[in-house]
Design a binder for this molecule. Structure first.
Ligand code: GAR
Length: 215
């Protein structure tokens, strides 16, 4: 049995992915402890969720910093104190600069609501509908210095049905996000997923474009 993971969660908004991780820990499925939740937005509902679960939480508002580098430096100092295994981005809507990314090599994980490398950035559901895509999905990846880029760990797909609106896609995407994110963290904890340089190994198979997950 591997040791429990210790996690820092970064979020900017609702925090439903953070909640899914908490629920998975509470059910005993994910063997992990969340050491700290940090938001750049004081009104993030995710901070209220953290308070409710008695998880250490704080807002570090980027507006109070002169530039990205000084903001990221503050984040580094706070996260370093917690000695975490992974920094989990759960709807953290800020780009992390190269100093931050280089400080935590292969330790920052992100979830993004598209089948990367398609549609990095915002408004992914809208783009899927505009392009009349028949499939859509979510991707979990290690964070590098680009926008929603970095080695892909895993992804899940959904079908896009005729008549579906952005809201329908968002609901379907959340459902699979709440499955895949705790699942992948659990596989890290069990030692099934390891990283080697720029490559991901899952159950002794090396993945370049990520493993496809199914519910
Ligand atoms: C999620 O859909 C997540 O994939 C997305 O923000 C949402 C946060 O929802 N992240 C990104 O777009 C990162 N580029 P939540 O606050 O309810 O977890």
């Amino acid at each position: 049995m591997n040791k429990n993971l210790s996690l820092a969660i970064l979020l900017s908004g609702n925090g439903s992915n953070f909640q899914a991780i908490v629920d998975s820990i509470d059910k005993g499925q994910l063997k992990a402890a969340i050491k700290i939740v940090i938001s750049n937005n004081k009104n993030a509902f995710g901070l209220k969720r953290a308070k409710k679960h008695n998880i250490k939480n704080l807002c570090i508002d980027h507006k109070n910093f002169a530039d990205r580098e000084s903001y990221d430096q503050r984040l580094i100092e706070i996260i370093e104190q917690e000695k975490v295994d992974f920094i989990v981005l759960a709807g953290f809507m800020r780009i992390l600069g190269s100093n931050f990314v280089r400080h935590f090599p292969n330790k920052i994980i992100n979830i993004h609501p598209s089948l990367l490398p398609k549609y990095p950035g915002l408004n992914t559901h809208k783009k899927v509908l505009e392009n009349k895509d028949k499939e859509h999905g979510v991707t979990v990846h290690l964070v590098d210095e680009g926008l929603d880029s970095g080695p892909i760990i895993g992804f899940m797909k959904i079908n896009v049905e005729d008549e579906e609106k952005e809201n329908d896609l968002e609901n379907k995407i959340h459902k699979i996000e709440h499955y895949i994110y705790p699942k992948i963290l659990s596989e890290f904890q069990e030692g099934k997923i390891t990283t080697a340089g720029n490559k991901i190994r899952i159950d002794d198979v090396f993945y370049k474009d990520g493993k496809e997950y199914f519910i």
